[in-house]
Design a protein around this ligand. Sequence first.
Ligand SMILES: [Zn+2]
Length: 241
Amino acid sequence: METPNNTSSGGDSKTQKYKAQYQAMDADERGLFAGWMRTFSYITGIGLTEAERVSYVKEKTMKDDLRNCKLCESWRNEMLKTSPIVTFMAGHLKKSGFAVSAKNMPCIKCNEMRMGGFSDQGVIQLCYNHLLTKGTLETTIVHEMVHAYDQANFNLDWYNLEHHACTEIRAASLSGDCKWFYEAMRGNLGFLKHHQACVKRRAILSVRASPACKSEKHAEAAVNKVFKSCFTDTRPFDEIY
Ligand SMILES: [Zn+2]
């Protein structure tokens, strides 16, 4: 005679109750419940073997990547149609011979702590794993578009640190990386100094990441040397001044 595996009584009545509830669930509910139990076990560290923990993390990362990538792509497509600043820049890029489209603006996974990038091959990269809001995506797109504009219109040498500093100053200033810019535009000059300090700090950080940059001081010197002329060059946004 087979021994039933549910012969225990007394203290196990709760387990029996949960088992009965579980069996009463439909397939979808059981799936949700099993997923929730795995998450709970992962958070508490109870009931998961090391192999299960690794597989849980892998599966969760894949799901997050897929969701974030799709979100980045749908926001990007929306911005290309409806964002005034993105469509303004896209128009000027088109006139400069750089046709912006979803194809040359891929959403990718980035290892470094960056929001996006621009390759001199004409690709604007958007880091879906670091872009948390529509606002940061819009700022990132415009930042990289300013680099694309500079490359299309000026004789930009990315390995010349002063050239690099100039385009980073313009990108940080014009993209909204430093939100005080918008206050300055409204005539609130009290914000202008903060804006300049922010632009300088961000440009130094970007230039520091260049393989052509030897040190923090090297980056600072390049940014300081070109700051005034590049900060005041607001093309293609001339009309706001
Ligand atoms: Zn940049």
